[in-house]
Design a protein around this ligand. Structure first.
Ligand code: UFG
Length: 333
């Protein structure tokens, strides 16, 4: 039996494939290479290129392969972009999951581990945020993921689908040996942009707003290491297989850092100047997102190993320093 990793050529999906294979799982990867990279697909995984909205394509895979569970990482995931292109987000994310759940049901595949997001909460009433707190997304991206969680909830009720919706806070870092890492085009995430500035690929970084209701006026986020994040996925999979109750779990470090604090930490790690200017707020950004991850710690037995922001930025720096042009360089070399 194999696990199917959807979006296994992306940043988070490629780290999942890597950990699953190192733990002895047989892995089948699906990716449409819209944002993923062929070079990041693990050589020991079986790879199918295609789109999960294509029901015939997905049916072919479920018929040909012996799939026992699904890890779903293929969705659009940019808060700012989703405000500009809401329908693209509902189409790719919501419709993709609807087709997937139908095909899973047809083939009696019960388990799904799903990438959800802190963006389902919108502007929180208080932090740290628990799973039961109110959910009023401030972006179409967050809204699409909340809809997807509800689709899985109702599919659980009707068809017995067993799901874990893992609500990621801000994922960063890379595999320790620097062989896989984050390469988005265009890049919009804070830590890679800060590190590209440290490398001299950008002149400066723009801090999106310094007039938020936080201590230094910039937004606060909860950053967690991608390897810890993936560990939680595998624990959640085992938890469901042991008859754990389906539902949602926050995944974060429970520590908040402002944009200015991340800049300072990156200056320390890289020993580079990293010029920053202050610009306008970015649409859809809540001021402060920090997780309570008690539920994941208690029910899944999850214990993040990288609880220091310097470690997280350090591993990302290792990747960016060794691969200044990301996967592009590997293709040319
Ligand atoms: N930021 C800047 N300048 C930049 C880029 C980002 O100031 O050039 C700020 C943002 O405004 C935000 C913070 O840095 O306050 C982090 O921004 P990211 O774009 O790195 O991450 P987001 O918080 O917007 O979103 C990420 C994921 C989402 C997920 C969310 C949950 O991309 O999928 O975390 O917190 F939903």
């Amino acid at each position: 039996m194999a696990v199917l990793v959807l979006g296994g050529a992306g940043y988070i999906g490629s780290h999942a494939v890597d950990q699953l294979i190192s733990r002895g799982y047989d892995v089948v990867v699906v990716d449409n290479l819209g944002t993923g990279h062929r070079q990041s697909v693990h050589r020991d995984a079986k790879f199918y290129e295609g789109d999960i909205r294509d029901q015939g394509f997905l049916t072919h895979i479920f018929t040909n392969e012996s799939i026992e569970g699904v890890f779903h990482f293929c969705a659009y995931s940019l808060v700012g972009e989703s405000v500009q292109k809401p329908l693209a987000y509902f189409n790719n994310n919501v419709q993709g999951l609807q087709v997937l759940l139908e095909v899973m049901y047809e083939h009696q595949v019960e388990y799904i581990i799903f990438s959800s997001t802190a963006a389902v909460y919108g502007e929180p009433d208080s932090v740290p945020i628990t799973e039961e707190d109110s959910k009023t997304p401030t972006s179409p991206y967050g809204e699409s993921k909340l809809m997807m969680e509800k689709m899985m909830h109702w599919s659980h009720e009707a068809y017995g689908v067993k799901y874990a919706a893992l609500r990621y806070f801000n994922v960063a870092g890379a595999k320790e040996d620097g062989t896989i890492g984050e390469d988005h085009r265009p890049e919009t995430h804070l830590i890679p942009i800060v590190l590209q500035t440290a490398l001299g690929q950008r002149d400066q970084i723009t801090v999106f707003g310094d007039d938020y209701d936080t201590e230094d006026g910039s937004c606060i986020r909860d950053y967690l290491h991608v390897e810890d994040l993936i560990e939680a996925h595998i624990l959640a999979y085992e938890y469901l297989q042991n008859d754990g109750e389906p539902g949602a779990f926050n995944l974060g470090s429970s520590q908040g850092y402002s944009v200015f604090e991340i800049l300072e930490a990156a200056r320390n790690v890289t020993q580079k100047e990293i010029k920053a200017i202050v610009g306008e707020r970015r649409a859809g950004d809540p001021s402060k997102l920090v997780a309570s991850s008690d539920k994941a710690r208690q029910l899944l037995g999850w214990q993040p190993k990288h609880d220091n922001i310097n470690d997280i930025i350090g591993s990302a720096w290792q990747w960016h320093y060794q691969h200044p042009n990301g996967y592009q360089e590997d293709m040319e070399g």
